[in-house]
Design a protein around this ligand. Structure first.
Ligand code: SF4
Ligand code: SF4
Length: 502
């Protein structure tokens, strides 16, 4: 016997506005809406609704809204509706609860507890409309000192670098977890913006090799889609050791999303769940990691930087210290609010730490050990606005990865059901009828608009601080003040309380 589970949301239709055009019926891949020929009216099955808002947005008469259900079990602070429903679901199915996108729990967001400084009178602000403002950055190892020969020519051999026109990249999202059109949008936007997108662990579709100079390819524990041409096609290679949404476990692509095209790109069977292992089976130490870094550099003739991506966990600083000594050029840290196409709900909601705390600890540890210039730091895991980017850079990041914000720009409404493969917005799906709903010509422009807008705001905020380059802002924690934070949180973040002067 399956226990009936009351839906979280209800579809409300204003009958005085509905013209029974059946748009909502055609648009909903979850089969919520249907036409009743007996009454000549539309009806809805709220139990199937995932609250993706597709019908609400496209209803020509604005007759629809989705509301939070006010049905409730007997009020109990210990056993809320969601907790009870999850027990019923597991008693019904006997399975692990799956979810997608980032951790939705009300944990503190430290970016919202930091305030940015502004110049007044002395060290005056800089007006980015009238004065130069540099947001171009390079990612990779930096030389400890500049050496020149007698003629003044540079003697240093520079390590391979990534050149970004904006301190923002699109984070790893695999073909399979997201659609062909979503990938095309990201690739074209990265090219136009002068930044990078990331294949995730899904391999690189043959059509996207032409975006190679703006592509970061990933090598994850399953080695899906990894071969020589794949590695050589990209601007950089990222070894994925962990992911913020699911630290300590491997990737999971449900079989429903493994179409023929995805299967060919990933080099895996069609229609069968692809679960990559939790560890890399050849990496059990920093020495093992060094061997993989060396192998990837060798196969790409030492021309491409290697990124090592880890999840933000309790001992991220010690791990990063080891990675900085492994020969990697860039460390990417992914916080626990980072998105995913599919993750066990318990892992997503209970494992890892906020990116703000991990970044503060990693940057400080690398500085204390005198190896901060050995690597660049890229952070992700719910970077939501240009203000988050500015604060992350002031905390010590060189650049940020954005994933969820990029998907929002493409039309995502954060319904958190990507793992079901029926994304009504054409993003997290492989169903051809749904994929075509996302027009890459429009998608890439929206991504370019988003990052361009953020870049303007970054320039304005830096100008307000009297700083004219991202490089000068990096690690400048004196520009930040905490508000509503405990002494322990201020100590870990390495910032002063609002009201404390320089
Ligand atoms: S899309 Fe709007 S007007 Fe058309 S059937 Fe649905 S609720 Fe009615
Ligand atoms: S990508 Fe699609 S399925 Fe995933 S959260 Fe966004 S709207 Fe929902």
């Amino acid at each position: 016997m399956n226990m009936y589970i009351q839906p979280d949301y209800e579809v409300v239709r204003d009958e005085s506005k509905c013209i029974a055009c059946r748009v909502c019926e055609r648009q909903c891949a979850n089969l919520v809406h249907s036409f009743d020929p007996d009454t000549g009216k539309m009806k809805a099955d709220s139990t199937k609704c995932v609250n993706c808002h597709r019908c609400v947005c496209l209803c020509p008469t604005h007759a629809l809204k989705i509301v939070k259900s006010d049905d409730t079990y007997k009020i109990n602070a210990n056993w809320d509706n969601q907790t009870i429903n999850e027990v019923y679901k597991q008693a019904n199915s006997g399975g692990v609860l799956l979810s997608s996108m980032g951790n939705p729990k009300p944990y503190p967001v430290y970016w919202d507890k930091m305030l940015v400084n502004a110049s007044q009178v002395t060290n005056p602000p800089i007006d980015p409309l009238r004065e130069p403002m540099e947001t171009q950055i390079y990612l990779g190892k930096r030389s400890a000192k500049i050496e020149r020969d007698k003629k003044g020519r540079l003697k240093n051999t520079l390590s391979p670098q990534l050149k970004l026109q904006v301190p923002i990249m699109f984070s790893a999202m695999s073909y399979g977890s997201i659609s062909y059109n979503a990938h095309e949008s990201l690739a074209r936007a990265a090219e136009e913006l002068g930044t990078f997108y990331n294949t995730g662990e899904g391999g690189l579709h043959k059509d996207f090799y032409r975006y190679g100079k703006n592509t970061i390819v990933q090598v994850a524990s399953g080695r899906f889609g990894v071969f020589k041409d794949y590695l050589q096609s990209a601007a950089a290679i990222e070894i994925k050791m962990g992911q913020g949404a699911k630290p300590g476990i491997g990737g999971h692509l449900p079989g429903a999303k493994i179409s023929a095209d995805v299967s060919e790109t990933r080099m895996i069977p069609q229609g069968v769940d692809a679960i990559s292992p939790a560890p890399h089976h050849d990496i059990y130490s920093i020495e093992d990691l060094r061997q993989l870094v060396d192998s990837l550099k060798e196969v790409t003739e030492y021309k491409k930087p290697v990124i090592v991506k880890i999840a933000a966990v309790h001992n991220a600083a010690a791990i990063a210290s080891g990675i900085a000594r492994s020969g990697a050029d860039i460390i990417a840290i992914d916080g626990y609010r980072g998105g995913t196409g599919a993750a066990p709900t318990r892992i997503r909601d209970n494992v890892g730490i906020p990116i703000e705390l991990a970044l503060a600890q990693v940057d400080q540890r690398l500085r204390d050990e005198g190896i901060r210039d050995e690597v660049s730091l890229v952070v992700g895991g719910s970077i939501r606005s240009s203000a988050d980017v500015v604060k992350a850079i002031a905390m010590g990041a060189d650049a940020c990865y954005i994933g969820t914000a990029a998907l929002l720009a493409l039309g995502c409404h954060l319904c958190r059901t990507c793992h079901e493969g029926k994304c009504n917005w054409g993003i997290a799906t492989q169903r051809p009828d749904l994929v075509k709903r996302l027009n890459p010509d429009i998608g890439y422009k929206r991504l370019v608009n988003l990052v361009t807008a953020w870049n303007h705001e970054i320039q304005e905020m830096m100008g307000g601080m009297g700083i004219n380059s991202v490089e000068a802002l990096r690690g400048n924690r004196l520009m930040l003040r905490g508000i509503g934070l405990t002494d322990a949180e201020l100590r870990i973040l390495g910032i002063r309380y609002a009201g404390e002067s320089m």
